[in-house]
Design a protein around this ligand. Structure first.
Ligand code: C2O
Ligand code: CU
Ligand code: CU
Length: 491
């Protein structure tokens, strides 16, 4: 019996070895190297200034700084209103928001609201460039269900570098449904922005990005804290997991095997909580989980090895210690979101996208002047995304979707809610029912792309125009070029 089992394991391992194509790929790990000595940084909540019409006005300043990831060593980093990462923005559905985004990093960038439904000119994608020293002033009304979204630069060709250096932050939207879950920020509602880093021996960040996927780090920081621990003081805690890494995917779970309740993913709460013990997030994806604690216990949030490439690695992420006395939290409601699941109409328009090893989508690389798709605003379509080489994921701006199937099968449980980014494994075909925002604009395109930042920068991105239904045929395939701009455009 035992022999049979080990023969089977051997066979299984060699198949994996051959499939991976590179037996040399050693597992990356930080297990055993951490002491969990640094208190987890909780990014501050940004206070808005309330304008006379009720608009919540926020100021974000992209800047250079230095961060002490390792005691006694200063690392050059970038941050927003601070030296690394940015503050958490928290608003409610229905709020009017306005931002002053000041660019003090000394070079052009952008700031994109990932997961937000909003007009294309406010999106902060590659076209909404903020020159060095300038201030960009987007504004919109929050009109979508509660969700954990985020913001980060999106300058074409530079996204990986700008995010890696530290420009990113969480953006939380509340509504009546989400307030029934633990919501006391920093107490029982905790953001966890997980990123991998490569450090040089002098403590500076290495930007070595020579893998197929770009930079894959061997150290993990959470909310900008290396070697972190967190003390929790209530018996149920909501964690908002955000994979803010350039390329690495995480298979989240706990070292003691405990289960947790998944209550939300990228674009909103689930209709009902689901109990599970693993959630996989590829870059850009989010999950909200509620974890229960007993007084005095400890556990480690961990990422389990998922194989090769971006899934290679076994990492301890955060030690969580429960206080000796825990406040009793309200029970998790059986019904969470009151928003029905996204359904495509019977004769929904279907579009197909093919992702390849050459970082193309439908055989094309990103062109800032080419419009790849024209989509009627406010509709729900079916998009079929297949991947014929390496690992990729797929993110769409100004949209929310539900994964219908993965290779014809039901998606994994953690992928069943409202999403805006989905992992597409090598060889996989994923079908989504995708609901678009309702801000038609015939002049300013929106993006869909792989959120592995090197791939995105390399051109694995396309542009779509969201237009008034019935006007699709009036949209030219090319954007007008400004005087003096080259045929190739972009950067
Ligand atoms: Cu988070 Cu188009 O990106
Ligand atoms: Cu986005
Ligand atoms: Cu990719």
């Amino acid at each position: 019996m035992k022999l049979k089992k080990s023969l089977f394991t051997l066979l299984f391992m060699s198949v994996i070895f051959i499939l991976s194509g590179c037996g040399q790929e050693e597992m990356v790990t930080n297990v055993g190297k951490l002491k969990f000595e640094q208190p987890l940084n909780i990014p501050p909540l940004l206070e808005p200034e309330i304008q006379s019409d009720g608009t919540k006005h926020f100021t974000l300043t992209m800047q250079k700084g230095q961060t002490e990831f390792f005691p006694g060593k200063m690392t050059d980093t970038w941050g927003i209103n601070g030296s690394y990462l940015g503050p958490v923005i928290r608003v409610s559905r229905g709020d009017k928001v306005a931002f002053d985004v000041e660019n003090n990093i000394g070079e052009v960038s952008t700031l994109h609201w990932h997961g937000m439904k909003l007009p294309a000119v406010m999106d902060g994608g590659p076209h909404q460039m903020i020159e060095a020293g300038e201030t960009w002033k987007p504004h919109w009304t929050i009109d979508q269900p509660a969700a954990t979204t985020w913001y980060h630069p999106h300058l074409h060709g530079k996204t990986a570098q700008h995010v890696y250096r530290g420009l990113a932050g969480m953006f939380i939207i509340d509504d009546e449904d989400s307030k029934k879950l633990p919501s006391n920020y920093g107490v029982d509602d905790i953001p966890l922005i997980v990123q991998d880093k490569l450090f040089k021996s002098d403590g500076q960040l290495s930007e070595k990005d020579d893998t197929t996927f770009g930079l894959l780090g061997d150290e993990i920081i959470v909310n900008g804290t290396h070697d972190p621990y967190l003390e929790v003081t209530s018996n149920k805690v909501r964690f908002r997991l955000l994979n803010g890494s350039n390329a690495r995917a995480y298979h989240f779970g706990f070292t003691d095997g405990r289960s947790f309740q998944l209550v939300g993913n990228d674009a909103g709460l689930l209709n009902e909580p689901v109990t599970m013990d693993r959630v996989m997030l590829s870059p850009g994806e989010r999950a909200e989980i509620v974890v229960e604690f007993k007084p005095g216990e400890e556990t480690i949030l961990h990422s389990f090895n998922g194989g090769v490439g971006i899934e290679n690695g076994e990492f301890d992420l955060l030690k969580i210690k429960a206080a000796d006395q825990l406040a009793e939290s309200a029970p998790i409601p059986d019904k969470l979101s009151s928003v029905p699941p996204i359904e495509a109409p019977e004769h929904a328009n279907v579009r197909t996208f093919k992702m390849t090893m050459e970082n193309t989508i439908n055989e094309k690389k990103m062109d800032m002047y080419r419009i790849d798709e024209v989509v009627p605003a406010g509709t729900t379509e079916i998009w079929e995304i297949s991947n014929i080489g390496w690992s990729h994921n797929f993110h769409v701006h100004n949209a929310a979707f539900r994964v219908l199937d993965v290779n014809g099968q039901e998606p994994p449980e953690y992928e069943r809610g409202r999403k805006d980014t989905v992992f597409i494994a090598n060889g996989a075909k994923v079908r989504i029912a995708i609901e678009f925002g309702n801000y038609p604009d015939p002049k300013n395109p929106l993006m869909y792309h792989c959120h592995i930042l090197l791939h995105e920068d390399a051109g694995m991105m396309g542009q779509f125009m969201l237009v008034e239904p019935g006007t699709e045929s009036q949209i030219p395939a090319e954007l007008p070029r400004k005087e003096g701009e080259s045929q190739h455009g972009g950067h």
